[in-house]
Write a protein that binds this ligand. Structure first.
Ligand SMILES: Nc1ncnc2c1ncn2[C@@H]1O[C@H](COP(=O)(O)OP(=O)(O)OP(=O)(O)O)[C@@H](O)[C@H]1O
Ligand SMILES: Nc1ncnc2c1ncn2[C@@H]1O[C@H](COP(=O)(O)OP(=O)(O)OP(=O)(O)O)[C@@H](O)[C@H]1O
Ligand SMILES: [Mg+2]
Ligand SMILES: [Mg+2]
Lengths: 184, 161, 161, 184
């Protein structure tokens, strides 16, 4: 199984709906400082619920919605960000029953492709978070449980953020041991 | 409880030792400050790069610490294997030789799992089969260009180094 | 007392604004969380790289944070000028363009003060008049070779990137 | 004024007396990880008393003495490390009276060259720190006061250590403000 595509729509600096194809081997992402590379990594953390305490560099979830002007401006009307992670599951790493279990229904289409989508919507006075698995509405925990079954977890360092390596070097020995406490 | 911890610890340490000796021309191991009661002490790493004396993490050079911490991360990843991994600029303090060793290891691990790696370093960029270039456009919107390197077309993405 | 602090703060901020706009194609400033009572709040930086909206340090990208923190360090140095400065790998997270801008600034500042800079990046190594190469010999002893680049001999020290 | 030479003798990884010449403009130091570049920077911090709290990566002063074997081995007999910083003061940045004042004597030779030397000596049961200014025995504070008069101070970031930039980014806003408190 591998990620075959990411679809970012109004997520952080991706102000236009952007499809990013990935392949099953070794893909590199490069570009100037501030261009949006870490934002792509953040989109995976966001959609798959993988953020650790040091999280996705956003004070509040609505900071993740594309904002072309002053970040303190008050927004009128609705704004929304979404990220979709499309997995190629042709090798059956996740089997159909696991998806049915997580989605709580068996109308999930084919599972040779598994789609996880997360939306954050901000209205004048509130904000909402939505999660979808193959188009079906689910909870974040359904997605996290499903992914944990294939070894994708927040504590497993599947996604190593910029600064994680430095953080491991600088943290106290006790905190470093706690990394293993969490995994065990 | 201690048993669960020690089981994970031993397994991760085994991975760490393998990966570390692969990345550096020396040997390294995880180290519990209190082996009797792990929860009463912390965790650090001890390494012997090449034929130098054993040093704890705190005494190593910037690049040596980076390589050691990265080996630890790879060991954690291998303890509970997953279909994909993403790494964001883990090579910032590595010299050319060490960045090369890391690139080689990732290339090999990418045979079994998908690796998505953000980097500015040619040691890594030159090894990938695919390169995605990201730029910020005038209207403050990020844009992406993708290049398939497996057909041997020259990468349009200028390697930072 | 507040007056002494504000005097140093204003002077350092002035230097920061000049240096920041020189290093990035935007503007930046220091920012006191509590302007009335500085000691009741902290200090951060706000910047507007290019024509992006204003961002606080915490919201910037890795390289943008690095450039901003470095501009702060240069501003502190310029507040109380000294005959020499030493910098150890301050360019780790900068892309090629930013590393270049930093190299250019150091080259210019080196007209008035002595700069000793540890780096792996060609953007900096190519600008210096002198290059010192350091290696670890078999018996775990560091050794140094010095090269005068001002006579235009090719550097023997391989640039890491 | 500028540093014209550093002389490292048994300091950290410099197990042989090593002279490193510097010039008055822009000098770069490069080489592989672990070769000794930061140790050269540490030697300047050590000799000129510039170490801040995060200091010279040594748990105790005697860790700075060249040690080719296991760092926990007990040493018999004496071991000693020294660093000498030789300043070219031909432009008279520091004037003769300042040096006399710091050294507490006027037999300091010519001051077109100013030499600061620091030695750390470890014996079987104790360790000693010695400071010299143009060959005269002085206190650390004499050296620090003299250097402060030309803008060389621990809080002034004259020497930016590996990781300082990251530390400034990661520190609390309060600690960042305290950097200015110290300078003011
Ligand atoms: N909600 C948002 N709306 C618009 N732009 C945003 C938003 N959140 C972040 N950004 C922009 O994204 C940029 C940061 O992108 P990112 O951190 O991905 O850069 P990067 O390519 O990883 O850079 P580096 O090489 O420095 O690490 C910031 O400059 C910021 O202006
Ligand atoms: N007292 C000592 N005796 C002998 N060797 C020492 C001593 N203290 C430190 N070292 C050695 O010095 C090496 C570190 O040197 P240093 O930190 O200067 O490397 P560096 O060139 O800055 O590397 P990097 O590019 O990774 O930052 C360590 O590997 C350590 O083995
Ligand atoms: Mg980044
Ligand atoms: Mg170093």
């Amino acid at each position: 199984m591998h990620i075959k595509e990411l679809v970012l729509d109004d997520f952080k600096s991706f102000g236009r709906k952007t499809r990013i194809p990935f392949y099953e081997d070794f893909t590199t992402i490069s570009g100037p400082n501030g261009s949006g590379k870490s934002n792509i990594i953040d989109s995976v953390l966001f959609a798959l619920g993988l953020a650790r305490t040091s999280g996705i560099r956003a004070e509040k979830l609505t900071d993740l919605i594309y904002n072309p002007d002053d970040t303190d401006a008050t927004h009128t009307g609705e704004r929304e960000a979404s990220v979709e992670v499309v997995f190629d599951n042709n090798d059956g790493t996740i089997d159909r029953s696991q998806v049915i279990n997580a989605a709580g229904t068996d109308s999930i289409g084919e599972t040779d492709e598994i789609t996880v989508k997360r939306r954050v919507k901000e209205t004048a006075d509130n904000y909402y978070s939505y999660y979808y698995l193959n188009g079906r509405s689910v909870n974040l925990s359904d997605i996290k449980d499903l992914l944990a079954q294939v070894g994708v977890t927040p504590e497993g360092y599947n996604v190593v953020m910029q600064g994680d390596v430095t953080e491991i070097i600088n943290m106290s020995a006790g905190n470093r041991r706690r990394i293993i406490d969490e995994i065990a | 409880k201690k048993a669960t911890f020690m089981e994970a610890y031993e397994a991760i340490n085994e991975q760490f030792e393998t990966i570390f000796s692969r990345l550096s021309d020396g040997s390294g191991t995880l180290f519990l400050e209190n082996e009797e009661d792990p929860f009463d002490g912390g965790l650090t790493m001890k390494a012997q790069p090449g034929d130098k004396p054993v040093q704890r993490l705190a005494a190593m050079s910037g690049g040596e610490k980076s390589l050691t911490a990265l080996a630890f991360v790879f060991a954690i990843q291998r303890y509970n294997p997953a279909p994909f991994y993403a790494l964001d600029e883990v090579d910032a303090f590595l010299d050319a030789a060490n960045a090369d060793a890391v690139g080689e290891l990732i290339d090999e691990l990418a045979g079994k799992a998908q690796f998505i790696v953000v980097s500015h370093r040619s040691a890594l960029l030159e090894r990938s089969e695919r390169a995605i270039g990201v730029t910020m456009h005038q209207d403050n919107v990020s844009a992406v260009t993708g290049i398939d390197l497996s057909e041997e077309s020259p990468p349009e993405v200028p390697a930072n180094d």
